[in-house]
Write a protein that binds this ligand. Structure first.
Ligand code: 5RP
Length: 210
């Protein structure tokens, strides 16, 4: 079970400083959608250049032109790129095919997909690397989470690794771990802490002792 740190509310300098603190405890660092909107793909390049040993995920949430956008993120140094589950199968297939050329990986974000079970089966058949259930900020704000969706994809996904994101913190970690995802994505649960290093270390320890 791997741990991904999501960086959403920082600039490039802030991202570097945070990663420096928590690097020993994380497997993947995510350059979040707001960071890419603010800083462009050079944020991905800056983090990959500074931390070449870390796997870097570019959270582009691609909705169209999957092949082209994956190519650009790959050129910037991303190891994993996200595509939306709500996008067309052609977009996802194009993203996968482009990623294969340079040994990169595709994560499909199921945010706002209504039929999680049916769509996860279809997406699994497209050969993606990860399928991620995700409750975004707007639905976290009204108390929603993706724990039930995680159990659903664990049941139906046969090939891809499964991941979960959205408001995960120390108090909800045990329920998440019990469902045995391959990857847990934590943003505010680490970056919102006064002591980010301690929070990341504790989360890593709990995951390791599962
Ligand atoms: O993709 C995102 C928002 O769309 C976030 O990166 C993801 O939700 C993880 O962050 P947090 O743990 O703070 O919810």
């Amino acid at each position: 079970m791997k741990l991904q740190l999501a960086l959403d509310l920082v600039d490039i300098q802030g991202a570097k400083a945070l990663v420096k603190e928590v690097e020993p405890f994380i497997d993947i660092v995510e350059i979040g959608t707001p960071v890419v909107i603010n800083e462009g793909l050079r944020a991905v390049k800056a983090i990959k250049d500074a931390f070449p040993a870390l796997t870097v995920l570019a959270d582009l949430k691609i909705m169209d032109a999957g092949d082209y956008e994956v190519m650009k993120a790959s050129e910037a140094g991303a190891d994993i790129i996200t595509v939306l589950g709500a996008s067309n199968d052609r977009t996802i297939a194009g993203a996968v095919s482009e990623a294969r050329k340079t040994n990169k990986q595709i994560m499909v974000d199921m945010i706002n997909v209504r039929d999680i079970e049916g769509r996860a089966k279809e997406i699994d058949a497209l050969g993606v690397d990860y399928i991620c259930v995700h409750t975004g900020y707007d639905l976290q704000a009204v108390g929603q989470n993706s724990f039930e969706d995680l159990r659903t994809i664990k049941r139906v996904v046969k090939h891809a690794k499964v991941a979960i994101a959205g408001g995960i913190k120390l108090s909800t970690l045990p329920e998440v771990i019990a469902a045995e995802p391959d990857l847990i994505i934590v943003g505010g649960g680490i970056t919102g802490h006064e002591d980010c290093r301690a929070a990341a270390s504790e989360i890593r320890e709990i995951i390791a002792s599962r």
